[in-house]
Ligand binder design. Structure first.
Ligand code: ADP
Ligand code: MG
Length: 665
């Protein structure tokens, strides 16, 4: 054993920094949270190269007094809680006074700030924890932090950074969550000189959701507002018919801080039982306002999972909030921007917040509220009733005529939407249209947009809705069709010697799978008359953009539609129209979760996904001809298992039957 050395200050700083600063997104989170705490009403975030070389956060908040600048960079220096206050609050609210110390020790940091009460602002440079410059500067009220070359002096940490794309995604995700949790702040986000997000900051959650997830997503939401057992749940949940194949669009906030909340996830699933199909998850943006003492948020500076002192009240509140919202949605008028009746979110002063924590803690020790019991049977009945109600046709949303000028009274969000669309149209108009030699169909102009109202409905050809058909033809006397059991199992007599029992879905699935694999999607792709737009969260969206070739090979022609949306122009031929969107969402989720998988593995999964959806289902009607053809293909190609490994065909030899019936030994 060597002699024990006390690490010098610089090394100790680097170790401590690792706890707070993991990657660019954690720096952005800390800086933006500081801006929010400083009372900013407008915050601009800009990053380059995933944030690794450049991050800038500007706000119009309180600014930092000249005399407070140096202390702000000392570890455990914070203006937000006083010494006599409690350590609890520091843990709960995340005021640890560590962020600036940590970030400045592992980067080149520039700070430009001016407090309202001061004449002149300050420019401060600090590199690897060492002060380089401290000078007066003429600048507006508020604060700008510029962080360059993160981890330039910690190569070990640098090595753990992922690609710029992945780091940029993580930042985008943090920004989305902040936008959703603080609709009262106008947030602008620029990535590699591209405008990625702008929220208006009108305090309306729906405006923020619109900016983050787009129009399509926003108009299918049901408002939630419910209080139970000291937990106030507010926000929006997607209608059951718009549930998604994964939880990637479930957003939970506790007291306006983003968290990963397994209790709330479980409560939503429970509340949606019977209304949402098994394996589907409603999207949501829900805030849970509750006593700060009931929850332990950000126990570790970068961990997002929360711990509750008692989970039951949280579960019950979310469960009943969602149930009630679904019940009320019978009276649902589409969630419209102008219709957002939720109270605008007001800003909170961090100091007052800390005071509230102490007050609540003192009060809480005196009061214990009994919780109402849930009668699950009764809830199920209500859910069943609701299910029937939801089958009723949706109230339609008036279409926006893009050719007319929007009235002056239009909300800023609508204006923004109009501008976005006009930009998109202009971009599209400039693109040379290359005719597809394979396709005879004309490509409609302005795809994905609502048709202008002066176009009559008859001009728009209807997309044919068909049950998937088996396009296999055969004329072979060797196969005699006996029948179909349960509209699922085909019974065929082959030659005089064998009886085939075929699961028609599994067989068709395997046939399509093999064909997709062989033809790499080309023979299966079909141009959609009305392209479909799909909104995704930023991580899934980027996964799609990164894998456009993979989609193309599976028969999907997809383009970037900007701001987290993509547009599907072609899809595999037999994929039912209503399956295209869920299929793309599912594939996006898979690709973002399985980044490391090699291409061939991804392709296999995607082919399997498409073929499963495209294949005829048990219960579909099929003609005798089709079923014989299916049997023949199964036999010719010796198909015995579906892509998931389930058997496709069971062969009963005549001889075996005879033995079963005791005709032969
Ligand atoms: P904490 O946020 O836990 O207090 P930080 O290290 O993040 O610790 O920040 C240290 C201090 O710097 C804050 O308490 C605050 O006084 C000041 N500060 C940081 N960012 C800003 C900002 N954008 N505007 C005003 N003051 C700020
Ligand atoms: Mg901070």
């Amino acid at each position: 054993m060597g002699k024990i050395n006390v690490l010098d200050k610089h090394v100790a700083e680097l170790i401590a920094a690792g706890e707070v600063v993991e990657r660019p997104s954690s720096v952005i989170k800390e800086l933006v949270e500081n801006s929010i705490d400083a009372g900013a009403t407008a915050i601009t975030v800009e990053i380059k190269n995933g944030g690794v070389t450049f991050m800038r956060v500007s706000d119009n908040g309180s600014g930092i007094l000249k005399e407070d600048i140096r202390p702000a960079f000392i570890r455990h220096a914070t203006s937000k809680v006083k010494e006599e206050d409690d350590l609890d609050a520091i843990a709960t609210l995340g005021f640890r006074g560590e962020a600036l110390a940590s970030v400045s020790s592992v980067s080149h940091l520039e700070l430009i700030t001016k407090a309202r009460e001061e004449e002149l602002g300050t420019r401060y440079l600090i590199e690897g924890g060492e002060e380089v410059l401290f000078e007066d500067a003429g600048c507006p009220d508020g604060t700008t932090f510029i962080i360059r070359d993160l981890f330039y002096n910690v190569p070990a940490r640098m090595k753990f950074l992922k690609t710029d794309m992945a780091e940029g995604n993580a930042v985008s995700n943090v920004i989305d969550k902040i936008a959703l949790s603080h609709p009262e702040i106008a947030l602008t986000y620029i990535k590699d000189s591209k405008n990625m997000l702008h929220t208006v900051g009108d305090g309306k959650l729906l405006s923020a959701i619109y900016a983050v997830y787009g129009r399509d997503f926003t108009r299918k939401l049901i408002p939630v507002d419910y209080t139970l057992g000291g937990v106030h749940v507010t926000g929006f949940i997607s209608s059951p018919e718009n549930a998604r194949p994964n939880r990637n669009m479930q957003n939970f906030f506790i007291n306006h801080r983003f968290v990963i909340c397994k209790t709330a996830m479980a409560a939503i699933s429970e509340a949606c039982k019977g209304t949402v199909m098994v394996g589907k998850f409603p999207s949501c943006v829900l805030n849970l306002d509750m006593s700060f003492n009931a929850v332990d948020v950000n126990v570790h500076p970068t961990k997002l999972e929360v711990r509750f002192v008692n989970e039951r009240p949280v579960f019950d509140a979310v469960y009943h909030a969602v149930k009630t919202a679904l019940m009320n949605s019978e009276k649902r008028v589409e969630a419209k921007l102008g219709n957002d009746t939720t109270k605008p979110i007001k800003r909170v002063n961090p100091f007052e917040l800390a005071q509230k924590v102490f007050r609540e803690r003192d009060e809480q020790s005196a009061v214990k509220q009994p919780l109402p019991r849930v009668n699950l049977q009764q809830e199920q009945k209500k859910a069943d009733a609701l299910f029937t109600m939801l089958d009723e046709p949706e109230v339609s949303v008036p279409k926006i005529n893009l050719n007319t000028k929007v009235a002056d009274s239009a909300s800023p969000v609508e204006e923004q939407y109009r501008r976005d669309i006009e930009e998109k149209r202009a971009e599209k108009a400039q693109e040379p249209i290359t005719p597809d030699p394979e396709s005879e169909q004309p490509v409609p102009v302005g795809e994905g947009l609502d048709p202008p109202t002066n176009q009559s409905a008859a001009d728009v050809p209807e997309e044919p809705i068909e049950e998937p058909r088996l396009l296999i033809e055969v004329d072979d006397n060797a196969y005699r069709y006996i029948g179909e059991a349960f509209k699922t199992y085909v019974i065929i007599e082959k030659n005089p010697r064998e009886l085939l029992l075929i699961d028609k879905h599994a067989a068709h699935e395997r046939i399509i799978f093999e064909k997709l694999k062989k033809e790499k999607g080309s023979g299966y792709s079909q141009l959609l008359l009305t392209p479909i737009t799909v909104t995704l969260n930023k991580i899934d969206y980027n996964a799609v953009i990164e894998h456009l070739d993979v989609f193309r090979e599976a028969g999907f022609d997809i383009d970037d539609f900007g701001s987290g949306s993509i547009i599907v122009r072609s899809a595999p031929q037999y994929l039912p129209l209503e399956d295209i969107k869920p299929s793309v969402i599912e594939m996006a989720g898979y690709l973002s979760e399985h980044k490391k998988e090699i291409r061939s593995e991804k392709m296999e999964w995607i082919y399997a996904n498409v073929s499963c959806r495209a294949a005829i289902k048990g219960g579909n009607n099929s003609t005798e001809q089709e079923l014989i053809a299916l049997a023949k293909t199964v036999e010719d190609e010796d198909i015995r298992h579906c892509p998931h490994g389930r058997p496709v065909c069971i062969v009963l030899k005549k001889h075996e039957l005879e033995r079963m019936f005791g005709r032969v030994e």
